[in-house]
Design a protein around this ligand. Structure first.
Ligand SMILES: NC(=O)c1ccc[n+]([C@@H]2O[C@H](COP(=O)([O-])OP(=O)(O)OC[C@H]3O[C@@H](n4cnc5c(N)ncnc54)[C@H](O)[C@@H]3O)[C@@H](O)[C@H]2O)c1
Length: 259
């Protein structure tokens, strides 16, 4: 569905799921700010979208840095106009059993996956509240509802994102702002997936091609499956939805699996 002039800010939009979200939202008519710590990747993505006739802007940003997150929102507004839709997609993965999980990895996971979402929300909210409209979609994970072995720290960050989504949605609903989360299952073909496959091997986890056999819909997720769900939640067709954490998992849920 095409929208009027609207601006979406997608964090981690240089690659993987974030890039698919940026492309999908551009198709829906949004102008797109791509914010990523990978500056060159963000610029490449923005160029691609501009080539397709959208306005797009690349912003170098580490979302776990509060000042940088606030600068990012200012820059997006300066380049494209006030942000109507924030997609908190930037995230990282670290694997390992909790008993021996390194403190540095724990802190970095929370800094990017939780602080990052918190700071970016804080940065967009003043203008959204002033305008009495806005939309936030946070990319969590099915692990945030389940807590899988070797994904304990990562799962805890994503549970925090779900909880933040629920609380924030109730705080800002009266301002006309909706806040939802998507909980993707196993998404193939992204740089994170390649990293998780490598790390998972070291912990004796089966490859995701093996795990796909347990997915009721019979395949791993594509980044586009997640992007379609974001586009729906962002649209006016989801006008009565807020505070939700929607699974996009091919039916995979609720039984023991190592992510
Ligand atoms: N791939 C999966 O199977 C899967 C499953 C469930 C949830 N997720 C979540 O979806 C999101 C995207 O996953 P993906 O597989 O596309 O990851 P990815 O690693 O392939 O891409 C993530 C993007 O975020 C950027 N990024 C990383 N740290 C950043 C930071 N501090 N500031 C700004 N940008 C940063 C990276 O440069 C990259 O462009 C993540 O939040 C991830 O936890 C992924």
């Amino acid at each position: 569905m095409a929208v009027g002039k609207r601006v979406a800010l997608v964090t981690g939009g240089a690659a993987g799921i974030g890039l698919a979200i940026a492309r999908r939202l551009a198709r829906a008519g949004y102008d797109i700010a791509i914010a990523d710590s990978d500056t060159a990747g963000a610029e490449r993505a923005a160029q691609e979208l501009r080539g397709d006739g959208r306005q797009a802007s690349a912003i170098a940003c580490d979302v776990g840095d509060r000042a940088a997150a606030f600068r990012m929102v200012e820059m997006a507004a300066h380049a494209l106009g006030d942000v109507d839709l924030l997609v908190n997609n930037a995230g990282i993965a670290r694997l390992g059993p909790l008993a021996s999980f390194p403190e540095a990895d724990w802190r970095e996971l929370f800094r990017v996956n939780v602080d990052g979402v918190f700071f970016c929300c804080q940065a967009v909210l003043p203008r959204m509240q002033a305008r009495q409209q806005g939309n936030i979609v946070n990319i969590a994970s099915w692990n945030g509802k389940l807590g899988a072995p070797n994904f304990g720290a990562y799962s805890a960050t994503k549970a925090a994102v779900i909880s933040l989504t629920q609380a924030l949605s109730r705080e800002v609903a009266s301002h006309g702002i909706r806040v939802n989360a998507i909980c993707p299952g196993i998404v193939a073909g992204t740089p994170m997936r390649a990293q998780v496959e490598r790390l998972g091997e070291a912990f004796g986890l089966p490859p995701s091609s093996e795990r796909a056999k347990a997915i009721p819909l019979g395949r791993l997720a594509r980044a586009e499956d997640i992007a379609n769900a974001v586009a729906f939640l962002a649209s006016d067709e989801a006008a009565y939805m807020t505070g939700q954490a929607i699974n996009v998992t091919g039916g995979l849920f609720g039984f023991r699996m190592s992510s």
